[in-house]
Ligand binder design. Structure first.
Ligand code: ZN
Length: 216
């Protein structure tokens, strides 16, 4: 195969690469079909929970209330105020999100749905996700949007499901869940700005220039 043909294959790949695959490669250096990707996510999940001293899913399954207590204690120890019930600001409803961390006043806004075990577990995972953003803000306020959402989502990784449905690593985990959060974050930081901020990894030209070292 000629150099020109080889180049064209790379250009074609970058032009058609899905946003889930772009995001996966941007954050891990691996593409979602890499046989080692699940191990990488699994390792990162454990590392993130350790780094931020957050409770594991084992406890969530065994004793959700104890898991909740641990999250509340962690928030309290870090002076992150948890807004609920009559202290909710309306932000969640307005932005159609399940929870949020507000950096300006170091608060986390959440709704714990205690209808049944399933809704409770889902709410507590959202709580852990938002609390993690709060802890990131305290420990490393300059962290990129991509890295911060990666950590918050990988902490909630559903390993059992993804091992059975490996295609969903790209589609559900990176594209839908994490991509959705990241694009929302970009919209928020662009509010009021003259030029809308855009993630570099969405642009095939960025990959060709910086990763593949191909100048068109
Ligand atoms: Zn998030």
């Amino acid at each position: 195969m000629s150099d020109k043909q080889e180049k064209q294959i790379i250009v074609d790949f970058r032009t058609n690469q899905s946003s889930g695959s772009q995001l996966c490669e941007y954050l891990t250096g691996m593409r979602p079909n890499n046989p080692n990707i699940m191990e990488r996510l699994s390792t990162d999940r454990k590392l993130v929970l350790e780094r931020y001293e957050l409770p594991d899913d084992e406890l969530l399954k065994k004793d959700p209330l104890e898991f909740e207590n641990k999250l509340r204690q962690r928030a309290k120890d870090s002076n992150i105020d948890v807004l609920e019930d009559d202290r909710l600001t309306g932000f969640l409803k307005e932005n159609m999100v399940a929870g949020v961390f507000h950096s300006q006043d170091v608060t986390t806004e959440i709704i714990i749905d205690r209808t049944n075990e399933k809704t409770l577990v889902k709410s507590l995972k959202t709580f852990r996700h938002e609390l993690l953003h709060g802890l990131q803000y305290i420990i490393d306020p300059t962290m990129s949007i991509e890295q911060s959402e990666y950590e918050a989502h990988v902490a909630n990784l559903n390993e059992e499901y993804l091992r059975k449905h490996p295609k969903d690593i790209e589609l559900i985990f990176f594209q839908f869940l994490m991509g959705g959060s990241i694009l929302k974050d970009y919209k928020l930081v662009s509010k009021g700005a003259e030029v809308e901020r855009q993630p570099v990894w969405r642009d095939p030209k960025w990959w060709l220039k910086n990763v593949d070292k191909i100048e068109e």
